[in-house]
Design a protein around this ligand. Structure first.
Ligand SMILES: Cc1cc2nc3c(=O)[nH]c(=O)nc-3n(C[C@H](O)[C@H](O)[C@H](O)COP(=O)(O)O)c2cc1C
Length: 357
């Protein structure tokens, strides 16, 4: 592995990276939304856009095989409003055979960037040789990137974890290969393949990767507050940050980081938690077919509830609801009983207290 980094970056506006240009895409500020299955869809993206500060939005992972047959006007994975821009689409595949048709479909959907999932460690993905397994199948990974690069002039990005073990030579070789085959930007979720989310992210590894490649590198994992963002940038020396769960819990976190860390002129707003929740609920009801609503409300509530001291009660009540109406009524009762906490404590620290893989 390349020698350890010079930890030069300071946590202030002057020395932070300010924007990233990859091909025709300007990512400004360099704050990206993470792809998250069941969470990163249109209803949530709209809320984030409303608060501001997001440089690049994302879909959740999309099966390259199924994508060409999905109807983008009604698929819950693909519904998109005009405000959701720029938007990167993440593809999941284990073979170069599926990439061409999937990218054609993304062109038709006016994707702003194409991301390749090379990090997902879940068993259901691994058994097909996709996601994080591609780091262990570098020849296949190379063919996928080569094929994708041939098929699109859009910005092409990849998202990885640190690999299956601390073999830094393997990690470096993999990242160098991605760059050599034409990947324009790399996101690194700073955990090894089998490490749970409860484990502290290893941001310093990102600095090592950065020394080896020239394309922009985005740091991901464990950023839940402005302080985390500053620390992650300082330790990783990354060109930008990708936020996942922290931005689901607090969709205004992008705006806070953009304002505080990157000096963006985004006015501070009073955040009413019941209003944010209602906005998400309305978007689901307005644009998603009934069968796709309740599951997504439950997923979101699992995270959003953490804004409340007794949020587990909100999450449990919504989790056990059997209809959107029931969930709305239960959430409404919770909000009424916890009205003293209705206004979000901006700048508050919420914790990374779960261990999903
Ligand atoms: C519910 C959930 C679903 C996820 N789905 C995806 C996915 O579709 N594609 C992907 O590359 N990563 C996925 N991830 C990983 C996130 O993109 C991100 O790397 C991880 O959550 C760490 O970032 P965070 O600490 O900011 O949440 C998922 C994570 C969660 C919690």
């Amino acid at each position: 592995m390349c020698s350890l980094m010079s930890m030069k970056a300071e946590t202030n506006v002057q020395t932070q990276p300010q924007a990233i240009q990859i091909r025709n895409l300007l990512i400004d500020p360099p704050l990206l939304l993470a792809p998250m299955a069941g969470l990163t869809h249109s209803a949530l993206r709209r809320i984030m856009i409303g608060f501001g500060g997001v440089g690049l939005l994302s879909t959740e992972m999309l099966s390259a095989k199924r994508l060409p047959t999905e109807n983008p006007r009604i698929s819950p994975y693909l519904i998109r409003t005009e405000t959701e821009s720029p938007l990167s689409y993440q593809l999941l595949t284990s073979t170069d055979k599926e990439i061409g048709r999937a990218i054609d479909a993304l062109h038709a959907m006016k994707a702003d960037a194409v991301d390749l999932n090379m990090g997902c460690p879940s068993r259901s993905v691994s058994k097909f040789g996709a996601g994080g397994m591609l780091m262990e199948r570098p020849d296949e990974a190379r063919s996928i990137v080569t094929e994708a690069r041939k098929r699109t002039a859009l910005p092409l990005t990849a998202k990885i974890r640190l690999g299956s073990d601390a073999d830094s030579g393997k990690l470096k070789t993999f990242c160098t290969m991605l760059e050599g085959e034409g990947v324009d930007m790399l996101t690194v979720h700073a955990r090894f393949k089998h490490e749970p989310f409860a484990r502290n992210p290893r941001w310093a590894y990102i600095a090592e990767i950065k020394e080896c490649i020239k394309i922009p590198v985005i740091a991901n994992g464990g950023v839940f507050s402005v302080e985390d963002a500053e620390k992650c940038l300082r330790v990783s020396v990354a060109d930008g940050l990708m936020l996942g769960r922290g931005a689901v819990i607090r969709p205004w976190l992008f705006a806070e980081i953009a304002r505080t860390v990157f000096g963006r002129d985004i006015p501070e707003r009073v955040v009413s938690l019941p209003d944010v929740y209602a906005g998400f609920f309305e978007a689901l009801n307005a644009d998603y077919r009934p069968v796709y609503r309740l599951g997504r409300l439950k997923e979101f509530t699992h995270y959003f509830a953490r804004n409340y001291k007794f949020g587990h009660s909100l999450a449990t009540r919504v989790q056990s609801s059997s209809s959107m109406d029931e969930a709305r009524e239960r959430a409404g009762t919770f909000f009424a009983n916890n009205s003293k906490e209705s206004i979000a404590a901006t700048g508050a620290k919420v914790s990374d207290n779960e261990s999903i893989g």
